[in-house]
Write a protein that binds this ligand. Structure first.
Ligand SMILES: [Zn+2]
Length: 88
């Protein structure tokens, strides 16, 4: 998997964060990540919580195998949204 572009964007309709499956309302600032995997182009939206988590753990994650929808939740030290009091 190879990331082609990342764009910070205010979503114009509700979107699910790729990392944690949380649905965010229209107007939320999210990171739109476009990646290519073989012949397939994927577009995913990430909320800051998951984006930051990934940035910190990038070296531990094998992105060659891709990052499946909701995979953030499989990491023991991932802090889900309920405990997140930062920028919303
Ligand atoms: Zn998330």
């Amino acid at each position: 998997m190879k990331v082609i572009s990342e764009t910070k964007t205010k979503i114009r309709k509700p979107r699910h964060c790729w990392g944690c499956k949380t649905e965010y309302p229209q107007g939320t600032l999210m990171n739109r990540v476009v990646s290519v995997d073989g012949a397939t182009i994927n577009s995913a939206y990430w909320r800051k919580t998951c984006d930051d988590y990934l940035a910190q753990h990038r070296h531990e994650i094998d992105f060659d195998n891709g990052f499946d929808y909701g995979d953030s939740l499989n990491f023991d030290d991932y802090i889900p949204l309920e405990a997140f009091n930062g920028d919303k």
